[in-house]
Design a protein around this ligand. Sequence first.
Ligand SMILES: [Zn+2]
Length: 452
Amino acid sequence: MPKRQVRNAFYFYMIDFREQQKKIGIQYGNIREVSEAAGPSWREAPPNVRAKFEEMARQEKLKRNVPDQKFTSTGIPFSEIERQERELREAEEAEREYINNIVKLKSFNSEIIHEYFYVMDVNYYCKFNSDYLIGECTALRFNVKNGIKDQFHTMINPGPIPVGYAYDVKLGAQELGLDMPDAITYKTLPYIDTLAIIVDYLKHGLPTSSKTVPPIYTMPERVQPVLNFILQMCAKTGEDDGMFRVYKLDTLFYTLLNGVKNRGDEGFPRESLALAQLKKDPFRYTPGLGCRHHEDIDKAAECTTSRVKRWAYTIMDSCCPVVGVDMLPSKHVPGDFDLDTIINFREQKKERAGPSVAVPRWGEPSNASASDINQSSFNESANTSASTSAPSTSSKKEKKAQPPLRMPKTDYSQTLRPAPELTEANFPSFSAGRGRGLASSLNKMHIGKPKK
Ligand SMILES: [Zn+2]
């Protein structure tokens, strides 16, 4: 069957018009001529005349379109699915382009390590129609140079349990360590306050007139809940939701690491590997990352604060060694992480052959303590002169004082000491280790391999 053209009301009017004209002796060569002749009278036709032909068109459409229109098994027309897919593709392209641009632009003069990225996660009891019943959210900002700056966390009371959803809500509450919405024991914030704080948080450092805020990054499977949470807040508060963008963290991770890498063997050959690294979640069982509530009930792994910290740590774990940023506890790695080992390796490496990562030092850490997470300054340039640079070609390096590397509660002054003389034999498992946390960082730094 030939492809059918849409026959609208005017088409039927033209057919009728041609018949009427024929009766009075006027003939038309083709439909185009009829169209030109019939146009003026159609435009002036009274409603009852138009209605007659509109009804003919409607009947025709009903007759023809119904068997033509294809539906999915859930009753959605394929054309609608295609439209949604197209919009999704366009949105993904815009997202990729934004991330590429910002990384490329800022990598040009090493500014990228100072660029703050905002990460967000939500815990939801269950999905309710197209909305998510949110119980907790955390937003966090970090940059590669100074690590995690701070975070905003709140538990949320989603209001009454929707009728028929009590069981789903209960399951979600148990799995995620949330109180039931009708029996909440912890402190919660109303939507309106939460949104106001998140907007302020995202607008940090922007001009007050700014109409957009930086994108929020989250894991791909959490883009919908986070977006929905923001839309819900906007709907309840009347805020314009157009300023928010929720992007995929794995795309950022992939682009960021590949943007700062210096050698062909660094970075991710494929974007899926960035997601795999995040999913591996090497800091999952690190204690002390969750909010007070989740720590108290011993479910910190399910806490949104713990999750966003782990994501940031995972990204920095890969990026810091590549750009030559020394990792500080609580900032770039969890506060109680045993960094002594990695520092010893560095000292040993510098003495032996100099750093194998042949990059300019993009700023050394200040002697910030692990507990000053909320006091770190945006003025990072003041820190960079504090310590000596490490020229990549030098084979003779003086030892420099390392930042404190103990548990945050420990008195650091007692623990600073020169690194003991060690050989690679002291750490046989590290060079063999693959894929977990610091072990993989060590591999990335090519410790123990001959300098090129
Ligand atoms: Zn929590």
